[in-house]
Design a protein around this ligand. Sequence first.
Ligand SMILES: Nc1ncnc2c1ncn2[C@@H]1O[C@H](COP(=O)(O)OP(=O)(O)OP(=O)(O)O)[C@@H](O)[C@H]1O
Ligand SMILES: [Mg+2]
Length: 280
Amino acid sequence: MIRRRPPVGDLPADDGVALRVERLTHRFGPAVAVDEASFELAAGEVFGLLGPNGAGKTTAIRVVTTLLPVQTGRVTVLGTDVTRDPMRVRRMLGYVPQQLSAEAALTGRENVALFARLFDVPRRTRRQVVEEVLELVGLSAAADRLAGTYSGGMVRRLELAQALVNRPRLLVLDEPTIGLDPVARASVWNRIATLVDAEGMTVLVTTHYMDEAEHNCDQVALIHAGRIRAVGAPAELIRALGPQATLDDVFRHHTGGDLTNSGERLTDVRRARRTAGRLG
Ligand SMILES: Nc1ncnc2c1ncn2[C@@H]1O[C@H](COP(=O)(O)OP(=O)(O)OP(=O)(O)O)[C@@H](O)[C@H]1O
Ligand SMILES: [Mg+2]
């Protein structure tokens, strides 16, 4: 298991707030992808960003992870403004992107070691860190196999291991369980729960699986056409709709559509297919 280490940096955790997004707007040309979105993650909570394809989830995440600039609004990670000090924010973050990022021609261990080098994990602790995170995601036994031979669930867990090499305080997961079977999905969520319990990590996650969000997220935000429509604990949002309601109903209520989306783009379909194929 990973031992607890002192947090990166020396600033207080911004009054227990791990991530604060304030009136964030992001445009691609004339199109508004994120529209005055505000939400807050308390330290140590699992927060789900839910919404149809094209709602703006990945765009918001890319701003939070410093991969896109803040155009309008303000984003702070554990008290650090992402615009003022992106390097510091990057050191506090772990990110598993929506697209698969593991390299098929390397072994599991080599994939993780590569990230450890990229994240400047000191040479003398690198080997140990790599072994610890592989253990944490349950891949020690498969560490010498090429990632190309891994099942989809193993690939996602490998990517989780990669995101953990720098002991992030905020872990950002964009559809960590897409295309996985129920057992593999449960396994990924178990690993996430372990990290939150053992390390006090904060998690921002997107998923299209409402059952996962209901059972694993402390809070969820419903986002539609770039706007945050509702935020709350899944049980609260469900209760507000009535005794027979489900989180699927909450999703439909706030996004005005169904789970299989209206504004789906060809690139989404292609990407989902590519993902499913690769994971297949
Ligand atoms: N690089 C880009 N250039 C132009 N438009 C973009 C770009 N990235 C995203 N968009 C647009 O921004 C909007 C939000 O896309 P985004 O990828 O954030 O949605 P999402 O909620 O993550 O969807 P999904 O569930 O399909 O992953 C979409 O209309 C999309 O077409
Ligand atoms: Mg996305």
